[in-house]
Design a protein around this ligand. Structure first.
Ligand code: FAD
Length: 388
């Protein structure tokens, strides 16, 4: 049998083209202008939802496209490569959509998935806590029972897009599982619930999607706010993490492509000696190396998505971590080289590359840091002992 998995099908290529065409109508100028004006990219989100791009991975019976993470990552990559990759895609359809459609009750699916799929509903995701950081086992957001209700108390930080979201999937723990290894319990919390509040964190990122501290002050939730079982929830949480990493990789691959494209366009025509600066190997070789690195990261991302969609969660975890690492490194280097290739123009507002300097660093830090991925690979792939 011929394995054609390296060759994208006609359907996938058509999806790429359709997403790229839509995203190009908005582009990086639109994205940066919205960010600088303190506005959201609602039109783009609504159009991507209407065209079926946001929910392409979600089940058809709940309004999704019935495809997989491969297709959703492709949407992310193309939007990002056109200068308007949206962080909330990592969160709302990829993490939350996956977890709820795999582990939610039929009622929960009917309530949340159609809106997540068509973009009329945005759901943020909150796991990070100030005193736990990368060590999720230390989270202290706790749910206690009160009759049939849950009362949720805790604090979260760096939560993206809470101001755009109607609900947040909050990772907490139940009072009975307050200490020891994390036995997470996942709750859908409406952003207008009494006791739920948030304040923005001022970031040096030019992004229309902002980060927030979130305070859960005895938020009362009905029994059906709990997604999945309170005991098996580590598997439920992990079900959302591979998609998160694949999407993190897709966003970074897109950003790397954008940076390389911009630099290549520029150095082909900019001439200060006898030939365009792109003919000097000091400029050409780093850009060629960036291109190689981005293509390699993309290949690992496609492998991760293919493994994930085939149901191989273990294989997907290793590949998704590696893809996220490779894409984060490759795009950070590509952006750095793009700035350098444009000389002074690399730092102007007009050329739009400087804004990517901080944004590209995000791919090394979130959703999981470079170091934590290397820990995973060292321990899981290489069998090395843990330092922590
Ligand atoms: C723009 C942005 C958006 C985000 N959006 C969300 C969101 O929507 N929802 C959400 O829940 N979170 C979100 N986060 C949080 C993000 O997931 C965390 O910032 C990330 O996991 C790192 O945690 P930390 O910032 O607490 O760093 P820390 O855990 O304090 O780590 C600091 C540094 O130490 C390193 N380090 C820590 N432990 C080890 C170790 N054992 N070995 C080696 N190195 C180690 C880390 O790699 C890192 O370099 C977002 C963050 C940012 C910046």
């Amino acid at each position: 049998m011929t394995d054609t998995s390296f060759i994208e099908s006609d359907e996938r290529r058509a999806l790429r083209e359709a997403v790229a065409a839509m995203a190009a109508n908005y582009g990086q100028e639109y994205y940066l202008a919205k960010a600088r004006a303190g506005q959201h990219t609602d039109e783009l989100w609504a159009e991507a939802g209407k065209l079926g791009f946001l929910g392409v991975n979600l089940p058809e019976e709940y309004g999704g496209g019935g495809a997989g993470m491969y297709e959703l990552s492709l949407v992310m990559e193309e939007m990002s490569a056109n200068g308007c990759g949206l962080l909330m895609m990592v969160v709302s359809p990829a993490i939350n959509g996956t977890i709820i459609s795999k582990f939610g009750t039929d009622e929960q699916k009917q309530r949340w998935i159609p809106g997540i799929a068509d973009g009329t509903l945005t759901m943020a995701f909150a796991i990070t806590e100030p005193d736990a950081g990368s060590n999720s086992h230390r989270i202290t957001t706790t749910a206690r029972r009160d009759g049939g209700d849950w009362i949720l108390k805790g604090q979260k930080t760096f939560i993206s897009g809470v101001d755009q979201a109607q609900a947040v999937l909050v990772v907490g723990r139940t009072e009975e599982a307050k200490t020891g290894n994390l036995r997470p319990a996942l709750f859908v919390v409406p952003t207008d619930a009494p006791g739920f509040s948030y304040t923005p964190i001022e970031m040096e990122l030019v992004s229309p999607e902002r980060q927030f501290q979130v305070f859960l002050d005895d938020v009362r939730l009905p029994a059906d706010a709990l997604v999945g079982s309170e005991d098996a929830a580590i598997a439920q949480l992990f079900a959302g993490l591979n998609p998160e990493r694949i999407m993190g990789a897709a966003s970074a691959v897109g950003m790397g492509r954008l940076a390389i494209d911009r630099a290549v366009d520029y150095v082909k025509t900019r001439q200060v000696w006898k030939t365009p600066i792109g003919s000097h190997q000091g400029i050409a070789h780093p850009l060629a190396a960036n291109h190689v690195e981005i293509e390699l990261a993309k290949l690992m991302m496609q492998k991760a998505a293919t493994l994930y969609d085939s149901g191989d969660d273990v294989g997907a975890a290793e590949a998704a971590n590696m893809a996220k690492y490779a894409a984060g490194e490759a795009s950070t280097r590509a952006v750095d080289q793009a700035v350098q290739s444009l000389g002074g123009n690399g730092l102007t507002k007009e050329y739009g590359i400087a804004a990517a300097i901080t944004s590209s660093r995000l791919a090394r830090i979130a959703p999981v840091s470079r170091e934590m991925i290397l820990n995973f690979v060292a321990q899981t792939s290489l069998g090395l002992p843990r330092s922590y």
